[in-house]
Design a protein around this ligand. Structure first.
Ligand code: DGY
Length: 326
C-alpha cells in the first residue's frame, strides 16, 4: 500500500518538510501567489491530510470536496479559518499550533504599544524626508507608557505574556476574560479582573488577545470607542474583525482615542481606506508570530499534528478530540 497523501499549501520550512515527507506522499503548493480556491478544492480530492495557512478556509465546501480527508492542520493558533463542527461531522481531526507563538506575539504587541505611544513610525518617516530641522521642545510629543494602565482583553497565554512585560514598566494591569484566572496568577502578574466597561474607561492602553468568534466580532465598536480615554491607545494583534475598522477610523477622527496600532484587519489584505492616511495609526502586515524560530516551530507542530494520526498516535493539538474517541 502507498503512503497516505497530504496537500500542503506552502512549502513551509525544511524541518517540517522532513517530518511530512517521512510519513506522506507530499504535494506542496509552491507558486508565489496563494493557492486559488478552485485549485485547493481540486487538489484536496484525493488527499488523506491537509496542512493549510490561516488564509485558507476549511469549510463545508472543502470537506465535501475531500472525501478521504482525515486531518486538517492549520499552521496558526487562531483557527477561525476552520469550521471545527463541520470537521467533526465529517470525522476530520482539526488541529492548530498553540503555545509556541505566545511570547513572539506578545513581543510584537509590546513593540506596537511602544511605537504608537512614542510616535516611532512618524519620527522615522520625518527624519527620512531630510526635512527634520533638529531638536525642538514640542516635537512628536507622545504618551508615557511606564506607570500607566494596561487593559488586556483576553487573558490567555498571550494576554498574560503582555501582563508579564508590563511589570518592567510599573503598569497597573486590568484584564477581562471569559473566566477569571486563579488568585495566584492574578497576584503573580499583578492583574485585576474587571468588566469590559471599566477596562475600556480606565485603560491608557487596550490590547486585544481574544480569538475571533461570534461573541468577539466587533467587540470594539462605536460604543466602546466613545468610552475610551481620549489619550488612550488601542493595539490589535488578535484578529481584525474584533475591531470595527470603520468605527475606529471615525473615532480617531473625532479624537475619541489617541491612536491605534494594528497587525490584523477585517478583510485582509485590505485595510479600511480611512485608516491608511492617518498619522495616529500604525499598520503592520499580520506579523505577530513572524520570527524565524517561531514560524519554524509552528510549521513543525503543524506537521507533527498531521502525521500523528497516520503513525497511530493522537494528534497532540486536536481541536475536536471527540473524533478520535477515547
Ligand atoms: C495565528 O497563529 O493565529 C497568528 O495570527 C499567525 O501566526
Amino acid at each position: 500500500m502507498g503512503k497516505p497523501k497530504v496537500l500542503v499549501t506552502r512549502p513551509l520550512f525544511p524541518a517540517a518538510r522532513a517530518i511530512l515527507e517521512k510519513q506522506f506522499d507530499v504535494e506542496y503548493w509552491t507558486r508565489p501567489e496563494r493557492i486559488p480556491r478552485a485549485e485547493l478544492l481540486a487538489r484536496v480530492a484525493d488527499k488523506d491530510a491537509l496542512v493549510v495557512l490561516l488564509t485558507e478556509k476549511v469549510d463545508e465546501e472543502l470537506l465535501a470536496a475531500a472525501p478521504k480527508l482525515r486531518v486538517a492542520s492549520t499552521v496558526s493558533v487562531g483557527f477561525d479559518n476552520i469550521n471545527v463542527p463541520a470537521c467533526t461531522r465529517c470525522k476530520v481531526v482539526a488541529t492548530n499550533t498553540p503555545g509556541v507563538l505566545d511570547d513572539t506575539t506578545a513581543d510584537l504587541a509590546w513593540a506596537l504599544l511602544m511605537a504608537i505611544a512614542r510616535r516611532i513610525v512618524e519620527g522615522d518617516a520625518w527624519v527620512r524626508t531630510g526635512n527634520w530641522p533638529g531638536w525642538d521642545i514640542d516635537q512628536l510629543l507622545g504618551g508615557d507608557v511606564y506607570g500607566k494602565t494596561l487593559g488586556l482583553i483576553g487573558f490567555g497565554r498571550i494576554g498574560r505574556a503582555m501582563a508579564l512585560r508590563s511589570r518592567g514598566f510599573q503598569m497597573r494591569v486590568l484584564y477581562q476574560n471569559r473566566t477569571r484566572v486563579s488568585p495566584e496568577i492574578e497576584r503573580e502578574l499583578g492583574a485585576e479582573f474587571v468588566d469590559l466597561d471599566q477596562l475600556i474607561r480606565e485603560s491608557d492602553f487596550i490590547s486585544l488577545h481574544v480569538p475571533l468568534s461570534a461573541e468577539t466580532r466587533h467587540l470594539l465598536s462605536k460604543d466602546a470607542f466613545s468610552k475610551m480615554k481620549p489619550t488612550a491607545y488601542l493595539v490589535n494583534t488578535a484578529r481584525g474583525p474584533v475591531v470595527d475598522e470603520a468605527a475606529l477610523a471615525e473615532a480617531l477622527e473625532q479624537k475619541k482615542l489617541a491612536g491605534a496600532a494594528l497587525d490584523v484587519y477585517e478583510q485582509e489584505p485590505k485595510v479600511h481606506p480611512a485608516l491608511l492616511s492617518r498619522r495616529d495609526v500604525i499598520l503592520v502586515p499580520h506579523i505577530g508570530s513572524a520570527t524565524i524560530d517561531t514560524r519554524s516551530k509552528m510549521a513543525v507542530m503543524a506537521a507533527n499534528n498531521a502525521v500523528a494520526l497516520f503513525d497511530g498516535r493522537r494528534p497532540p493539538n486536536a481541536l475536536n478530540p471527540e473524533v478520535l474517541g477515547s
